[in-house]
Design a protein around this ligand. Structure first.
Ligand code: CP
Length: 302
């Protein structure tokens, strides 16, 4: 029985299965009814991931146990492990966890009798963001094979870059990175290009937020847009059918000119919408993996 910690643990076939199930949920506007409880344990701020999990959970008919770390016994020093064990003891059937530590999972691995979903961890992985990004690209191009995709921005502090670069490569995309000096990540083995090359050549520009909260020193961003970001001038140079993505939240006029956030090429709000269906599908995948099946939950799993 696996938790869902990284897209690396899914075979290519499983990635397509989860995407297909998400598409089914999107097209059918499905609402189910069952008796499982899911706890959303967010130890780091979130808007999109947390609230799209809540919508996904309610659509699957799951009972949502909300949790606010800042108003919980975490403030009395309770550990992640004891918090998770508490939710297991009171009847949670699944845990969705966001945590600031890269090694958060070590405390929990093989220690719980219920599945865990990684809702974004430190600088390591954000697997449900990766899956919704894959779905968004697949909806657009109906393939990954040979697509030129550049991940642009604060690569070094991004969990999205790591998850997406590796998954897209496995699916056959031609992945490059683009980063301002100091934002590169030597642990990712992909070629770098400039933002101008990326704008000229790529089918997908996947922009990333400058993650000020993970920087040791405050980064200067006054000239960032002109030097390293997606300006209107660069957008005009993009290929006719090329798209712009960003996991958000966005630093408007830093990574991207504010006028481009909702431009025709932008899929940024589509990504958020896909997040609901991908999270439904991911929870379904885990319920099946853990044998937590009932008619309502599994009738559409192929
Ligand atoms: N993309 C993303 O993870 O956004 P949140 O931090 O708001 O969840």
């Amino acid at each position: 029985k696996r938790d869902f910690i990284s897209v690396e643990q899914l075979s290519v076939e499983e990635i397509y299965k989860v995407m297909n199930l998400a598409e089914y949920y999107r097209l059918e506007d499905i609402h189910l009814n069952n008796g499982y409880f899911v706890a959303n344990l967010f130890f780091e701020p979130s808007t999109r991931t947390k609230m799209s999990f809540v919508v996904a959970e309610r659509r699957l008919g799951l009972e949502v146990l909300d949790f606010h770390a800042e108003a919980s016994s975490v403030l009395k020093g309770e550990s992640l492990y004891d918090t998770a064990k508490t939710f297991e003891a009171i009847g949670a059937n699944m845990l969705v966890i966001r945590h600031e530590a890269d090694d958060w999972y070590e405390e929990l691995q093989n220690k719980l009798s219920i599945p865990i979903i990684n809702a974004g961890a430190g600088k390591q992985e954000h697997p449900t963001q990766c899956m919704l990004d894959l779905l968004t690209i697949y909806q657009e191009f109906h393939t990954f094979e040979g697509l030129k995709i550049c991940i642009v921005g604060d690569i070094r502090h991004s969990r999205v870059a790591r998850s997406n670069a590796n998954a897209l490569k496995r699916l056959g995309a031609d992945v490059s990175l683009c980063a301002a000096p100091g934002f590169e990540d030597a642990s990712l083995d992909f070629p770098y290009m400039t933002i101008d090359e990326a704008a000229d050549k790529c089918n997908v520009l996947m922009l990333l937020r400058i993650q000020h909260e993970r920087h040791e020193y405050q980064s200067e961003t006054t000239n960032y847009l002109e030097q390293y970001g997606l300006t209107k001038c660069r957008e005009r140079r993009m290929k006719p059918n090329a798209i712009i993505m960003h996991p958000a939240p966005i630093n408007r006029n830093v990574e991207i000119d504010t006028d481009l956030v909702e431009c025709e090429r932008s899929r940024i709000f589509k990504q958020m919408n896909n997040g609901v269906y991908i999270r439904m599908a991911t929870m379904m995948y885990l319920f099946k993996e853990w044998g937590m099946t009932n008619e309502s939950l599994t009738n559409k799993w192929q």
